[in-house]
Design a protein around this ligand. Structure first.
Ligand code: 5RP
Length: 226
């Protein structure tokens, strides 16, 4: 565990070398993205980075960035120079599953506007096909969620409402998450279209064709994919 944390930090630090003064930067969410925000904060504090603006993909990332003195602005239609974020799975084409941390909607809204989306991860996130290890998080409206889940089961039979305790998990946007178990064989683009066309679905954790580069840290060093 401690080793994985060190690897996440190594990947994050490599990505943060791409941040330059004056940039608008998308700040990801999760335990790996946290290391990137910490590294950006260090560079801001030392005066190495000036006039940067962060656009946060979750309330937690926004709070951390502000605490570190990184100016944060809401997402507006201007492009972002760079976004740095973690992922739950990375396939050989840099297609991703994201959202186990629950921030997939804000992540997708933010990262689609980034000129470059750079992914940071430890080696356990690399897969040969999406769905190999992780479920696909699907953000759904709370209203009528049981009906939405029934519709979703027609497309992806396995899966369950994310419910860590007595109550369902609620996203920063006030929605629920259905964690879908993907079948052995499927076409991600087709399934993405079908899921997005399902009443009650707000967004899915498929990030297809969005990432340009990934820094993947393994015990033998950091690999660049893409
Ligand atoms: C949050 C995400 C995270 O980037 C993803 O879950 C990876 O998290 P971690 O770095 O903690 O493994 O998509 O919605």
């Amino acid at each position: 565990m401690a080793d994985l944390e060190r690897l996440k930090e190594e990947a994050a630090r490599r990505a943060v070398t791409l941040v330059r003064s004056g940039m608008r930067v998308g700040l990801g969410t999760g335990s790996t993205a946290k290391y990137a925000i910490l590294a950006i904060g260090e560079r801001v504090a030392s005066g190495d980075l000036r006039d940067i603006v962060g656009v946060a993909t979750s309330d937690a990332s926004e709070a951390l960035a502000r605490q570190l003195g990184i100016p944060v602005e809401p997402l507006d239609p201007r492009p972002l120079d760079l976004a740095i974020d973690g992922a739950d799975e990375i396939d050989p084409g840099l297609n991703l599953i994201k959202g186990l941390g629950g921030a997939l909607l804000r992540e997708k809204l933010t990262e689609v506007q980034a000129r470059r989306l750079v992914i940071i991860a430890d080696h356990t996130k690399v897969v040969t096909r999406l769905g190999e290890k992780a479920p696909l998080p699907v953000e759904i409206a709370r209203f009528g969620f049981l009906s939405t889940i029934e519709r979703l089961r027609g497309l992806v039979p396995g899966g369950r409402l994310r419910q860590p305790g007595a109550q369902p998990y609620v996203t920063d946007n006030g929605n629920y998450i259905y964690d879908a178990q993907l079948p052995q064989s499927f076409d991600p683009a087709t399934l993405e279209r079908q899921l997005k066309g399902t009443l009650g679905v707000v967004e899915t954790g498929f990030f297809l064709g969005m990432a340009e580069l990934a820094f993947v840290a393994a015990p033998e060093g950091v690999r660049e994919l893409g």
